[in-house]
Every structure is written in structure tokens, then in C-alpha cells.
Write a protein that binds this ligand. Structure first.
Ligand code: PLP
Length: 401
């Protein structure tokens, strides 16, 4: 017997929204939950402000697109003024190059045959700069350069305190970078720092220390490079909080913030923006009120993300216009708001907008984002390089580049 449900066609919700938006027939009140909403005016203001800030400080801006993974937003960044873009994944690089963005820093070690062969394909049509922080990564990049008959520029990663990847500042990094440059096919373009430890800051003082850690690492490395006769090199640095705090005396020549397009509750806790500067929200419906203090919403870990990057944030995100209400518990599809006091005006069926702790991770949990101005839907954009989708594997894609 054939099951009747086998002929049921799963609705394409976002295609439906796109077409209703074009007809002017969609408003936020009709949107299904949980969904990601992006305030287009806040997004534009964040993008414009960072481009202006980079110009004021006198550094190049090479934004990291891992935050939005969307070419529509990259186009807005380009219009505001950038010198190029940064990507982490091969898929991000493929998406950007496919949309005509042809100058990318791949800020991820070129390790793994699959990764290198996909990068090779991209290099037929685009200029890539690599990040290298080890001999095997240098060997792998040099082999690729020789195969392609080209020279690959690279930035050597210096660990400025994040303790993620990279080698110690100063002569250690310079020696290794110079060694890598001796590989035929590689050209040292400069050094890269990532002050990820800024995110753990518990005070403005801690954040200032992370900024000076990065400045110090960049300066001593540049000094050692000059002493070794390596010439004028690029110094690429920055996360969103440290980029916002960069001043004209920074030794950096380039900043690579990513998160600034959306911001989030972590940036608010760090004091680099206000809640009103957070462009990304998760629209959610109240589905249960077991008692006067507890509000259960349909945005769980799979819609909001389970990120805690800084101890000064409360829970996993907050209600946008009532930050005293935080999502303090998460199941896969349930978010729990345990209010400090009785809440009488949030009934079952009402809708809330949540500002997540880490918008980069939240953005990646959704296939599409709704661009809004107030209650109006302006557009629905695709997250072209979203992780974990079929596109994330190379199958059938290589040939199209
Ligand atoms: C190498 C590199 N550069 C820049 C960034 C941008 O950082 P943020 O999103 O904090 O602005 C990241 C973030 O992970 C990164 O890994």
C-alpha cells in the first residue's frame, strides 16, 4: 500500500516569503517562528560606522564574512568601503567568488587535501591570501602554488594572547615566516593576529589589555621583521571589540572585524555597543506559561544557539525591549525565560524578539534571514555559505566554479 503522505510536498517557506515580500503582502506579524530578523537600518548603520572608523583610524578594513555568510550583506559592506574580505571556510570562499568578490583572505590554515584542492579551483578565478602558522601548512600551500604555477601571498599568524593558533610574537614568528617564504611559491605578505581573548574581558580595563596585547604583539613582530630585512609588511588584526577600540596609534595596517554587522548581547556586555545597535534578533512565540515567572518560547538551542562567551551576559540571550528577561534555560526546541519577578503581560501566543549572545552562531542556524524595517519585510536573504547544508560538501559544486 502506498502511503498517502509520500505525495505531500514540504512547503518552501522562504520562497513563499520572498514572493509575498515582492508583492508587498508580508509583514512581521505573519512570519513563522522561530525566525531570524535583521533590522536593515541598524545593519546599515553598523556597516557604515565601521567603514568610517577604519578610515578615521587610518587602517584598511577587511571584514570577516563568517558572521553573515551572505553575499547580499557583503555587497552592503563593499558599498560602504572595504579593501577586501576575510573568510574562514572553503564554502565561504566559494560563495564569495561565485558572487564576484575576487580578493579574499582565507584566515584558516590550508591543511587537508580536500581543502587545498577546493582552494585550488577557486584560485583559477580569484586572488587568495593564505594564513599560515606551521611548517606543514606552508608545505601544503607551496605545493599548491607550484602545481598552479603561481605565487601565493600569505600572512603568518602570531598568537597575541588568544591561545588559539599562531606562534609567539617577535623573532620566533619572524624566523618561521622567513623559513616558510623560502619555500618556492610562497610570498610573505605580513602577519596576522586574532585577539580572541578580548571576549572574556570582565571590565573595560581587561578589554584595553587585550587591545594592548595585540598592539604589542604586532609591534614587536614588525620590529623583528624589519631587523631581519623583511621589509614593509601588512599587520592584520582585530575582532569586533578590539577593532572598535583601535586608535590612530595602532601598529595594525588592517582590521578584520566580523560580528560588528549584527552585534549581540556579548558586545553589549563588553560595552562596545548598545542593545539598540544589535541588528539580529530571533522572533519567537510564547508557547507555555507554567507559572507566573516562567515563559516558555519556541526558540531553543537549535534556533538561538547555546553560546556563553562572557560571564557578564545573562543566560543565552535577552528579550530585546525587556533585557531583564533572559533566556536562562534551553532545550532543543524550547527556550526558558525564568523572570526575576511575576510577569503578567506576556501571555501564551504573544511574540518576543530575542537578542542572542553570539549572533554569528545564531545566524548560521537558519537558512534565510528576514530583512525588516519596523513591521515591514524588506527582503528575505539566503545564507549561502551556511554550515552543514548540502552545499557544504563539494559534490557537484566544483565544476561550477
Ligand atoms: C581570524 C579571524 N579574524 C577575524 C575574526 C572576526 O572576529 P569578530 O567576529 O569578533 O569580529 C575572527 C573571528 O573568529 C577570526 O577568527
Amino acid at each position: 500500500m502506498t502511503c498517502r503522505s509520500a505525495s505531500y510536498k514540504q512547503p518552501s517557506v522562504h520562497a513563499e516569503w520572498r514572493s509575498r515580500t515582492r508583492r508587498g503582502a508580508a509583514s512581521i506579524a505573519d512570519v513563522e517562528t522561530p525566525s531570524v530578523l535583521i533590522d536593515v537600518d541598524v545593519l546599515n548603520a553598523n556597516i557604515t560606522r565601521m567603514s568610517r572608523h577604519a578610515r578615521d583610524v587610518g587602517v584598511q578594513l577587511r571584514p570577516h564574512i563568517k558572521t553573515h555568510k551572505a553575499t547580499d550583506i557583503a555587497a552592503m559592506q563593499r558599498a560602504a568601503g572595504v579593501s577586501g574580505f576575510t573568510v574562514a571556510t572553503v564554502q565561504e570562499a566559494e560563495m564569495m567568488v561565485g558572487a564576484g568578490f575576487a580578493d579574499l583572505l582565507v584566515a584558516y590554515p590550508p591543511v587537508g587535501d580536500w581543502r587545498v584542492s577546493r582552494l585550488a579551483k577557486i584560485m583559477e578565478v580569484a586572488k587568495l591570501t593564505f594564513l599560515i602558522d606551521s611548517v606543514p601548512a606552508a608545505t601544503s600551500a607551496a605545493r599548491l602554488a607550484r602545481e598552479l604555477g603561481t605565487v601565493i601571498p600569505f600572512l603568518w599568524e602570531v598568537d597575541c594572547g588568544a591561545e588559539r593558533s599562531g606562534t609567539p610574537p617577535g623573532i620566533d614568528s619572524v624566523d618561521m615566516a622567513a623559513e616558510a617564504q623560502r619555500e618556492e611559491g610562497l610570498r610573505l605578505a605580513g602577519f596576522l593576529t586574532f585577539p580572541g581573548h578580548a571576549y572574556a574581558s570582565q571590565s573595560r580595563h581587561d578589554l584595553d589589555l587585550a587591545v594592548s596585547d595585540e598592539m604589542e604583539a604586532a609591534s614587536v613582530t614588525a620590529e623583528a621583521a624589519r631587523a631581519a630585512g623583511l621589509g614593509a609588511l601588512m599587520l592584520s588584526g582585530g575582532t569586533t571589540p578590539t577593532a572598535w577600540l583601535a586608535t590612530r596609534d595602532t601598529p595594525l595596517t588592517e582590521i578584520r572585524p566580523g560580528n560588528y554587522v549584527f552585534h549581540d548581547a556579548t558586545q553589549v556586555a563588553l560595552g562596545v555597543c548598545a542593545l539598540g545597535d544589535c541588528a539580529l534578533r530571533v522572533l519567537t512565540t510564547v508557547v507555555s506559561r507554567p507559572n507566573r515567572k516562567r515563559i516558555v518560547v519556541d526558540a531553543g538551542a537549535k534556533a538561538l544557539g547555546r553560546e556563553v562567551m562572557n560571564r557578564r551576559t545573562v543566560g543565552y540571550g535577552v528579550v530585546a525591549d525587556r533585557p531583564e528577561l533572559a533566556v536562562t534555560g534551553l532545550y532543543e526546541e524550547h527556550g526558558l525565560i525564568e523572570a526575576p519577578e511575576d510577569v503578567h503581560d506576556v501571555p501564551i501566543g504573544s511574540r518576543l524578539e530575542l537578542v542572542p549572545n553570539h549572533s554569528c552562531v545564531t545566524a548560521n542556524l537558519h537558512d534565510a534571514h528576514i530583512l525588516r524595517r519596523g513591521d515591514e519585510i524588506i527582503d528575505v536573504i539566503s545564507i549561502g555559505a551556511r554550515r552543514g547544508t548540502a552545499r557544504d560538501a563539494s559534490y557537484g559544486r566544483k565544476e561550477r566554479l
